[in-house]
Design a protein around this ligand. Structure first.
Ligand SMILES: CSCCC(=O)/C(O)=C/O
Ligand SMILES: [Fe+2]
Length: 178
C-alpha cells in the first residue's frame, strides 16, 4: 500500500497519476482511513477476527476484470470510478492484482490515491467521497465484507450527497464543519 496526492492530470485512470507528494499514515488516520497488510496465505483467520470485531456477517469475492465481469465490465468500471459515498463503512481485502482507491481529503477536497496490491486491507469510512479503478494490470480480485446482505449501493456526488446524514456525521467525526 502506498498513498500519495493524485496529480489531477488528464489521462487513463489506470495510470499511477503520482504527483510525487506522499501521504503518510497520520494523514490517512485523520480522515479515518485505516489499512493493514495481511499476507494472503492464511489471511482467513485475521479477516474473520476483523469481521467479528466490527460486526460483519457477510462477504463475497469480486474479480474486476473483463473475464470476471463479462458484459458488465465497462458499466462496473465506470460506476466504481464515479465519485461516491456509502452509508456503511467499506472494507476491501485484495487477494490478487490491484488498483487504486482514491479518497477525498477533507476539508481540502484533494484526491489522495491509495495504491493497493495483494494482501492489502483497506477500511474506507461511511460518508467519505471516494472511487476505485484497477491499475495497468487490469485485474483485481477482492474480498468485500458486508455487515448485512452482500449488496453494493453508492450515492454519487451531487447536491443530495452533501446533505446525506452519513456525510454530515463523517465530517463531524473528523472535526470538519459540514
Ligand atoms: C475492488 S472492490 C470494487 C469496488 C467497490 O466496491 C467500491 O465501493 C469502490 O469504491
Ligand atoms: Fe465505494
Amino acid at each position: 500500500m502506498r498513498a500519495y496526492f493524485f496529480d489531477n492530470l488528464p489521462g487513463d485512470q489506470r495510470l499511477p497519476h503520482d504527483s510525487s507528494r506522499s501521504v503518510d499514515a497520520e494523514t490517512l488516520n485523520k480522515i479515518k482511513v485505516e489499512f493493514w497488510h495481511i499476507p494472503v496465505e492464511g489471511h482467513e483467520a485475521k479477516l474473520d477476527e476483523i469481521a467479528k470485531e466490527r460486526g460483519y456477517r457477510n462477504r463475497d469475492v469480486i474479480t474486476v476484470s473483463k473475464e470476471g465481469l463479462g458484459g458488465e465490465y465497462e458499466e462496473k468500471i465506470k460506476a466504481f470510478y464515479k465519485e461516491h459515498i456509502h452509508e456503511d463503512e467499506e472494507i476491501r481485502y485484495i487477494l490478487s492484482g490491484g488498483g487504486f482507491f482514491d479518497v477525498r481529503q477533507a476539508p481540502t477536497d484533494e484526491w489522495i490515491r491509495i495504491a493497493v496490491s495483494s494482501g492489502d486491507l483497506l477500511v474506507i469510512p461511511a460518508g467519505i467521497y471516494h472511487r476505485f479503478t484497477v491499475d495497468e494490470r487490469n485485474m483485481s480480485r477482492t474480498t468485500r465484507l458486508f455487515k448485512d446482505e452482500p449488496k453494493w449501493s453508492a450515492i454519487y456526488r451531487g447536491d443530495e450527497s452533501d446533505t446525506n446524514p452519513h456525510r454530515i456525521n463523517y465530517l463531524k467525526s473528523i472535526a470538519v464543519a459540514a
